[in-house]
Design a protein around this ligand. Structure first.
Ligand code: ADP
Ligand code: MG
Length: 475
């Protein structure tokens, strides 16, 4: 039962209430029931204030979460309902506008990050998805198998994760040890496994936490002399997932405790999933017996991303955000930002936020401007000279023609290609590029870029040619 409330604000409270109900309905469809219940159910509409819809949540934690994960979506949905609403303010509000009868025993709910989203579910309908006990850290609703893009570098880890999610504790897959560099999707895969198991049959109790949290809990238990309780509650889970295990290096007592918990759970036929930044054998400083134990299930690494994977991820994320990002922009980002997925995603999010904020389409120029700082840091240092040389060679013209005044098509076209590639592959500005091509004006460069874009669209052989040049320059 959802309550919509629009507390006395223009245009008409009832139409606003209906719009709000539709928005919530849409969100619920988009994110799924479990996610909706965890994060969004407690949202209420406080009213419309000028061009701003004010959405209220009961805690700062929920507010921050909703703001960062659903803020853009809320705004877009409001815009669809009512073009006059241009912003959405997500705030903490003490009370819901429409009082709900208090559930007995919940008179003074604890406002705490871990229990809050769960306390919202008093009717038991989603029990299967709830972790029992308060072991688990909240799962990120975006980190599901659906949103995980599979490619060569991660297909093995992904297949293992799927397998564990479908059949926890199957022989050969216990423990599952996922490792790889930062920002490559370890946490994403772990949450995906947890979501899948919680959402599946069997009412399994999944506890996901960081190794840091594990240690923190353990130490707290030691202090309050409740280690027995700690052990018991931990051993009652069906699936234990510990993220970033490298954190336990040098923390001998915690390692010891983890080792015992680990053994007890595996012996009881429970699934363990662990992630780290290195393989078990490379985790120096981890006790040998633990290392051996960790390595005896399935060890899967996530490799650095490839261009193809980066491109697919960008496309998937743009589609999910319902923002039109031109292919050229995605290609540009996939070429430029090669460090990890987190940075790639960060760059795309910034573009999308900018486009939303100013109501402008995402373009290559815009992208280069907005992401200037990131791009500088990732500059592959392909120089304009190199581009000119390669392109001249390729079209069999003289290097000096790159900056000459000749206008014959046979030299003008390759020159335009070189300008286009300079724009795509370096972070030089249009005027800078113009200067390097015989002191041409920035509008000439702009024209070249759009001309080449047009030609590439119209003529696939030409497009392939340019692509080929680009690849050569990138390597
Ligand atoms: P790690 O835990 O390995 O440091 P994360 O799992 O936190 O990395 O991933 C960083 C970000 O990149 C997350 O937002 C995650 O959703 C995203 N990401 C990583 N790999 C993929 C992928 N294959 N498909 C979609 N998103 C991904
Ligand atoms: Mg992580």
């Amino acid at each position: 039962m959802e309550k919509q409330a629009a507390s006395g604000s223009a245009p008409s409270p009832s139409s606003m209430g209906e719009a709000w109900a539709r928005i919530r309905g849409r969100l619920r469809e988009e994110v799924g029931e479990a996610e909706y219940r965890t994060w969004l159910r407690q949202m209420t509409l406080a009213g419309i204030d000028g061009d701003e819809a004010v959405v209220v949540l009961p805690t700062r934690f929920l507010r921050d979460w909703v703001r960062s994960h659903y803020g853009d979506r809320l705004r877009a949905l409001w815009q669809q309902e009512n073009a006059a609403v241009r912003r959405v303010d997500v705030r903490v509000g003490a009370e819901r506008p429409t009082a709900e009868p208090a559930t007995p025993g919940e008179a003074a709910p604890r406002r705490d990050a871990l229990t809050e989203p769960l306390a919202a579910r008093s009717n038991g309908a989603a029990r299967a998805q709830e972790p029992r006990g308060d072991w688990s850290a909240p799962l990120d609703p975006r980190f599901t198998f659906d949103t995980f893009v599979v490619g060569k570098p991660n297909e093995f880890a992904h297949a293992c994760a799927r397998r564990v999610a479908e059949k926890p504790a199957s022989p050969g897959f216990n423990p599952l040890f996922l490792y790889g560099g930062v920002g490559l999707g370890k946490t994403h895969l772990m949450h995906a496994i947890a979501w899948a198991i919680r959402g599946g049959e069997g009412q399994r109790n999944v506890a996901y936490m960081s190794a840091e949290k594990f240690m923190y809990r353990f130490i707290a238990a030691l202090r309050s002399q409740s280690t027995m309780e700690f052990k018991e509650s931990l051993r009652s889970v069906d699936v234990l997932m510990v993220d970033d295990l490298q954190f336990l290096i040098g923390k001998d007592n915690t390692q010891e405790e983890f080792f015992h918990t680990f053994n007890a759970l595996v012996d009881a036929g429970k699934q363990i999933v662990v992630s780290a930044d290195k393989s078990p054998s490379d985790l120096n400083g981890l006790e040998d017996r633990l290392r051996t134990r960790l390595g005896c299930g399935m060890v899967a690494d996530i490799h650095a991303t490839t261009y193809e994977l980066r491109l697919s991820i960008l496309q998937a994320k743009a589609t999910a955000a319902a923002v039109e990002v031109p292919k050229g922009v995605n290609e540009f980002l996939a070429h430029k930002i090669t460090s990890n997925v987190r940075e790639l995603e960060g760059a795309l999010n910034r573009l999308i936020a900018h486009a939303n904020l100013f109501g402008r389409a995402v373009t290559l120029d815009g992208a280069q401007e907005v992401l200037h700082d990131i791009l500088r840091a990732h500059d592959r240092r392909v120089t304009i000279e190199e581009i000119q040389r390669k392109v001249a060679e390729h079209y069999n013209i003289r290097l000096t023609d790159m900056s000459s005044a000749r206008r014959a098509r046979a030299v003008a076209r390759p020159r335009q290609v070189a300008m286009y590639l300079a724009k795509q592959l370096t972070s030089r500005s249009l005027p800078e590029i113009g200067r390097r091509f015989g002191n041409r004006d920035h509008t000439t460069v702009m024209h070249a870029v759009s001309r080449i874009n047009e030609l590439m669209q119209a003529d696939s052989a030409f497009a392939e040619d340019v692509e080929l040049l680009r690849r050569m320059l990138e390597n």
